[in-house]
Design a protein around this ligand. Structure first.
Ligand SMILES: [Zn+2]
Length: 183
């Protein structure tokens, strides 16, 4: 069994766009602004042996304001920039009542099945409450990056930067996947 770090895409790997009090996802590849500052912290996690998996709710596909082609271009660029093992996405709208739209834990469970992940030992890093809630539903530890979208619900830790989130992960789970799989 492996240990994963789940990273919310919008707000962690790419810079958030804000409309009113809401964070909105980029609608095209040209709209995508990568958060280059995330590279070093992610490399540190990768070097420690964690699987790195991005997750994202993209209801824009169901709502018709972003195309699958633009999403594929964005994800190719994100995977080229960061040392990710996978990107898992929910394409549904709220009304679809799917099991994968965060705060539901479906994406994490899908990843656990695909990659043989021990969710109890895994972490979710995000700037939004939906991921902390999904983490709780899946049995993962949640680390929120302080933001206007943290909400008031359950979370395990709040930190100011991605570097501090990585420090927290390494403090709580110093061993890498090799020692885990040998156990
Ligand atoms: Zn879904």
């Amino acid at each position: 069994m492996r240990t994963a770090i789940f990273l919310e895409r919008d707000g962690v790997l790419n810079l958030p766009k804000v409309e009113g009090q809401y964070q909105i996802a980029p609608r095209s590849f040209n709209d995508l602004e990568l958060n280059r500052g995330a590279l070093r912290p992610l490399q540190q996690l990768k070097a420690a042996g964690f699987l790195l998996i991005a997750t994202t709710n993209q209801p824009g596909i169901s709502r018709g304001y972003v195309t699958r082609r633009e999403i594929d271009l964005m994800h190719a660029s994100i995977q080229k920039t960061f040392p990710l093992d996978d990107i898992l996405m929910c394409l549904h709208d709220e009304a679809d009542r799917c099991p994968c739209r965060k705060p539901k834990p479906g994406l994490f469970r899908e990843a656990a099945f695909k990659w043989q992940i021990n969710l109890d030992h895994s972490f979710v890093i995000s700037d939004k409450w939906q991921d902390a809630k999904a983490a709780q539903n899946a049995g993962c530890t949640s680390i929120l990056l302080r933001s206007p979208w943290n909400g008031g619900g359950h979370h395990d830790f709040v930190v100011d930067t991605l570097e501090k989130a990585v420090g927290k992960v390494l403090q709580l789970h110093p061993q890498n996947s090799f020692s885990c799989s040998a156990a």
